[in-house]
Design a protein around this ligand. Structure first.
Ligand code: FAD
Length: 376
C-alpha cells in the first residue's frame, strides 16, 4: 500500500513526491502524458532543448525558492528581454527608454513621460469601459496601437473593445534603458533544461506514464491511503457544476536548416493583427546554444474546447463562481490534496507552484515551513 497516489508529474506533483518520500513516505506517481514534468518538459531536437509547452523562464524574488531549485540544477544567466516586431519595426520590451527612443526619438525620461501624459490627456478617458480604453488611459495611443492592440486581440480572439478592462490592471512602464522583462532578483534557465530538475526529484519514486487517472480511477484509488490530485478539478467532480473554461495554444515547431541563428533573440512577439501567431521562440538562445542548426516555435492562441490542452484559466466571474463550488467540495475531502494550476484553477508561475507545493507539504506533515510563498 502506498501512502500517496500522485496524479500528475508537473512541478506540483514532483515537488510533493520528492518531499514526501524524503520523509519516508511511499509514493506512486502517474501521468497521462508519456513524459514527466508537465508543462515544463523539454524535448531534445537537433541537440537543442525545445520547450514543448511554451518558453519557460524561471524567475523569483524569493531566496528560499531560488535556493531550493538550485539544489536540483545549476541555472544559467539567461535574462528575459523579449522584442516586439510590429510590421517589421523592432521595439524593446518591456516598455522602457529603448522603446520610447525608437518610437519617438526621445532621449531623456522627462521627454518620454511628457509624450505619454499628453496622449493620455488627449484621449480624455475617465472611466475605461473596455480593454482598449483601459490600455490607452494607462500608456497613451502610440504604445497601445503598435504594441498592445494586435497582440492582445490575437491572444483573446476578440476585439479589444469587447474585452473587459480588468484584464489589464497595469502596464509596467520603465523610464530607464533596461530591457530586463522581470523585476525579480533571480532568474535563469536550468542547465540541461527543466527535465534535469524533475528527474532528480523523481529519483527512486514509482512512476507510471500514459496512465489517465479517470480511466482507472477505482483501482488506482485503492493503491494508496491518500491522493494528491493535480489534474482538472471540474473533471474530478465529473463536471457536476459545469465546465471550467480555458484559453488554449497551438505550437508549430520547425527545424531551420539554413541558419544557426534565425531571429537573434529567444522571444520575438508579433504585435500586429495580421501575423497569425503571437510570438516565435528560438529555443537555443535560452541556453546560449552554439549548435549548427536552430529550432523555432510559432505560438498560436486558440479557443479552448473540452479535450484541448488547457493553458490559461479564464478567471472571469462566471468561471470563478463555478470554481468556488468545486473548491467547497474539495475542502471537505479528508484524503485528497488538490494542488497545482489545474486543480486550483489558477495561473501559477513556476516559483509560485513550487511554493504552493512546499506549503502543502508543510500542512500535510504539520511542519512550520519557511516562507516559501514569498513575494510574487
Ligand atoms: P502541470 O505542469 O500542468 O502538471 C500537471 C500534470 O498533470 C500534467 O503533466 C498532466 O498531464 C497531468 N494530468 C492531468 N490530468 C491527469 C489525469 N487525469 N491523469 C493523469 N495525469 C494527469 N512559469 C514561469 O515561471 N515562467 C514562464 O516563463 C512560464 N511560461 C509559461 C508559458 C506557458 C505557455 C504556460 C501555459 C505556462 C507558463 N508558465 C511559466 C507556468 C508553468 O507552466 C506552471 O507554473 C507549471 O507548469 C505548473 O505546474 P503544475 O504541476 O501545476 O501543472
Amino acid at each position: 500500500m502506498y501512502d500517496y497516489l500522485i496524479v500528475g508529474s508537473g512541478l506540483f506533483g514532483s515537488v510533493f513526491a520528492y518531499e514526501a518520500s524524503k520523509r519516508g513516505k511511499k509514493c506512486f506517481l502517474i501521468d497521462k502524458r508519456n513524459h514527466t514534468g508537465g508543462n515544463v518538459y523539454t524535448e531534445s531536437l537537433e541537440d537543442i532543448n525545445v520547450h514543448k509547452y511554451g518558453a519557460h523562464i524561471f524567475h523569483t524574488n524569493n531566496k528560499e525558492i531560488w535556493d531550493y531549485v538550485n539544489r536540483f540544477a545549476e541555472f544559467n544567466r539567461y535574462t528575459n528581454s523579449p522584442i516586439a516586431n510590429y510590421k517589421g519595426e523592432i521595439y524593446n520590451l518591456p516598455f522602457n527608454m529603448n522603446t520610447f527612443n525608437k518610437l519617438w526619438g526621445v532621449i531623456r525620461p522627462e521627454e518620454a513621460k511628457k509624450i505619454i501624459e499628453e496622449q493620455k490627456q488627449a484621449a480624455g478617458i475617465k472611466a475605461p469601459k473596455n480593454l482598449e480604453e483601459q490600455a490607452i488611459s494607462l500608456v497613451g495611443t502610440d504604445l497601445y496601437e503598435k504594441l498592445i492592440k494586435g497582440y492582445t486581440e490575437k491572444q483573446w480572439g476578440r476585439s479589444a473593445k469587447q474585452l473587459p478592462a480588468f484584464i489589464i490592471k497595469r502596464l509596467p512602464v520603465r523610464f530607464t534603458y533596461d530591457n530586463n522583462y522581470f523585476n525579480d532578483r533571480y532568474q535563469g534557465i536550468p542547465n540541461g533544461g527543466y527535465n534535469v530538475i524533475i528527474e532528480k526529484m523523481l529519483e527512486g519514486i514509482d512512476v507510471r506514464l500514459s496512465v489517465d487517472f479517470f480511466k482507472h480511477r477505482e483501482e488506482l484509488e485503492q493503491l494508496a491511503k491518500k491522493v494528491v490530485f493535480t489534474g482538472m478539478i471540474d473533471q474530478y467532480y465529473d463536471y457536476k457544476y459545469g465546465v471550467l473554461e480555458y484559453r488554449s495554444l497551438h505550437f508549430k515547431t520547425k527545424v531551420v536548416e539554413e541558419t544557426d541563428n534565425y531571429q537573434g533573440n529567444a522571444v520575438v512577439n508579433y504585435t500586429d493583427k495580421e501575423t497569425p501567431y503571437t510570438r516565435i521562440i528560438e529555443h537555443k538562445h535560452l541556453e546560449f546554444g552554439t549548435q549548427a542548426k536552430t529550432v523555432i516555435t510559432e505560438e498560436y492562441p486558440k479557443e479552448w474546447k473540452p479535450g484541448d490542452e488547457p493553458y490559461y484559466p479564464i478567471n472571469d466571474a462566471k468561471n470563478n463562481e463555478i470554481y468556488k463550488k468545486y473548491k467547497q467540495l474539495a475542502d471537505q475531502e479528508a484524503d485528497v490534496i488538490f494542488g497545482g494550476r489545474l486543480a486550483t484553477y489558477k495561473y501559477y508561475d513556476m516559483h509560485q507552484v513550487i511554493g504552493a507545493a512546499l506549503a502543502a507539504v508543510s500542512k500535510e506533515f504539520a511542519e512550520t515551513a519557511p516562507d516559501f510563498t514569498g513575494p510574487p
